[in-house]
Design a binder for this molecule. Structure first.
Ligand code: PLP
Length: 418
């Protein structure tokens, strides 16, 4: 089914787009194409296929031939077309992990001397890419710590512009681990204004990992590139690593080309697994979001909890609540809570859990918890962690699809021990 099939909803496209049984002898579900290379009918056809791939010209343009799996393969095609369909984008590129995706976006769009504006908090790996790796290539970064405050965002953008041409704005919203949100249309309008003023419009990238493809639709909000760690909600079972990015073809094509150099494509079996898991992501997400609300309500009222950053509790009348209401159709199932005390209390809680697993990652079928400052954000300087709202007592929770009563019982007995 073409991804622009009129009127078909993303939930339906997640099941139907990207694969036609006629492609594989009527098989209802796609085969896994476990091959590293592809055979040509003739030497002349081999040349024409390479011409089509690299130059976009010649008789093989528009055909579905492949060359070598690192350059593309049938399972990757299916997944990319499904992801583009679900995100409502023209095209998508899928990589071996979320970080492989972020790295390709940065390397394709940034040059020495450029500057980048990014939201904070931001996933530790992305922080490392933008604040440790890219500066070695002459890129300057400036962060935004209040993504709902237009004055703050403009002031930080001016700092970035003073350091060099502002080439990219990377927004993780909601952010890992605190679920802090950024106003995406406000960022897009800022990028437009900078483009009009300087002649160079920054590329706006949204990391949509935390809410996943249904509860927030960055492409419809005007963002250029919608990035997702497919390891999380789309993969959904904590058994694979993959990442994807969707957007206009002219922005996606260079990423695919760079991927052949970096060797960071998603392999056939993993592509097949993600394609399969995408069929159920909306159902899993709904159950997980329900459970998350129940747990967040329990934690909010608990005497040992100092605070909670669950999106469903954003105060009425706050700028964050207004942005959330405009931008998101669900509160997600990953959030943080702050225990009274610090690391010692947090560790006691984690060690007392019996059902919930102490592990990094999120978006799987099982509930995972971790102490952010000492795990996912270990490599982020303490002052930067604090600026992003991560204290020594902060625990991140990715709520799964288990029975809500069992989750509450586990949490209640562990809180007794703190
Ligand atoms: C918001 C966010 N973006 C990107 C990534 C990186 O994804 P991956 O682990 O698939 O490389 C993560 C991983 O936790 C994440 O939470």
């Amino acid at each position: 089914m073409p991804h622009d099939a009129g009127g078909v909803r993303p939930e339906t496209l997640a099941v139907a787009a990207g694969y036609d049984p006629a492609q594989a002898g009527g098989a209802a579900k796609p085969p896994v194409y476990l091959t590293s290379t592809f055979v040509y009918e003739s030497a002349a056809q081999a040349k024409a296929i390479h011409e089509a791939y690299f130059d976009g010209t010649g008789p093989e343009v528009g055909q579905t031939h492949h060359i070598y799996a690192r350059l593309g393969h049938p399972n990757l095609d299916m997944l990319e077309s499904r992801l583009a369909a679900v995100d409502g984008a023209e095209a998508a590129a899928v990589f071996a992990s979320g970080m492989a995706t972020h790295s390709a976006i940065a390397l394709a769009h940034l040059r020495p001397g450029d500057s980048v504006l990014h939201s904070r908090p931001i996933y530790g790996g992305t922080d490392g890419l933008l604040n440790q790796f890219m500066p070695q290539w002459g890129v300057t970064t400036v962060d935004i710590t209040d993504g709902c405050n237009a004055d703050h965002v403009r002031a930080q953008a001016d700092k970035a512009l003073a350091a060099g041409p502002l080439a990219m704005i990377v927004i993780e919203t909601p952010a890992n681990p605190t679920a802090a949100i950024t106003d995406l249309p406000m960022i897009v309008a800022l990028a437009d204004a900078i483009g009009a003023r300087t002649g160079r419009r920054p590329v706006v990238v949204c990391d949509n990992t935390l809410l996943g493809p249904f509860a927030q639709r960055p492409i419809a909000l005007g963002v250029d590139l919608c990035m997702t760690s497919l390891t999380k909600y789309c993969g959904g079972h904590s058994d694979l690593l993959a990442g994807g990015v969707s957007g206009r073809l002219d922005l996606i094509a260079p990423l695919r080309l760079l991927r052949t150099t970096l060797g960071s494509h998603c392999d056939p079996f993993t592509s097949w697994l993600v394609l399969r898991s995408m069929e159920s992501v909306h159902v899993r997400s709904e159950r997980a979001m329900h459970n998350a609300r129940v747990i967040a309500t329990f934690l909010r009222d608990h005497p040992k909890v100092a605070g909670i950053t669950y999106l469903g509790f954003l105060p009425e009348g706050s700028p964050q609540r207004a942005v959330f209401d405009r931008q998101c159709s669900g509160a997600g199932s990953t959030f943080s809570f702050h225990l009274k005390g610090g690391e010692a209390e947090a560790f006691r809680l984690l060690d007392a859990l019996r059902l919930m697993k102490v592990a990094v990652s999120l978006g799987g079928s099982e509930t995972l918890v971790c102490h952010s400052a000492s795990t996912t954000h270990y490599a982020v300087a303490p002052d930067k962690c604090l600026a992003g709202g991560i204290t020594d007592g902060t625990i991140r929770m990715s709520v799964g699809i288990e029975h809500e009563d069992d989750l509450i019982a586990d949490l209640a007995q562990a809180l007794e021990v703190v």
